[in-house]
Ligand binder design. Structure first.
Ligand code: 5GP
Length: 131
């Protein structure tokens, strides 16, 4: 059975897309820990980051870097935190989280529930500053 992220890649489930190419996709986390929380995934469905082949692994990180470099211009922050957890969705994903404090990347605290309008607005802002 395909993962929820494969279903997003295939367009069966909507997402707030940030960027895409033939191998990778970046989109907003539906339950962010901070505003602008973005997920970056390979289109290849592999559960665990460190089981990716080297080319996909490095490509994923370079794709994530491009998004991370742009994020602060859209969502003011001290820096962009990066984490990989994967306990919920068995499809490799890199979390990019705009940070102003350690609490902004605390996955144990209650998630934000921004609503569709706020997600649409922040996704537009990020897309605009991507180069
Ligand atoms: P992890 O697997 O790293 O523990 O967390 C999975 C992340 O994916 C969570 O932050 C969760 O909010 C996000 N997520 C789960 N399902 C969906 C979905 O259908 N759409 C989006 N955009 N994010 C999702």
């Amino acid at each position: 059975m395909p993962t929820i992220f494969t279903r997003i890649i295939n367009g069966e489930i909507p997402c707030h897309k940030i960027a895409e190419n033939d191998q990778f996709l970046a989109f907003l986390d539906i339950n962010p820990v901070a505003e602008g929380h973005t997920l970056v995934i390979p289109k290849k469905e592999v559960d665990y980051l460190f089981n990716l082949d080297d080319e996909t692994y490095t490509g994923l990180m370079l794709f994530a870097k491009r998004i991370a470099k742009a994020l602060p211009a859209a969502v003011p922050c001290l820096r962009v935190g990066v984490t990989v957890i994967g306990l919920e969705v068995p499809h490799t994903h890199v979390h990019l989280v705009p940070l102003n404090s350690m609490q902004d990347i605390n996955f144990s605290k209650p998630k934000l529930n921004p609503g569709q309008e706020a997600l649409i607005t922040v996704a537009e802002k990020i897309r605009k500053v991507l180069v």
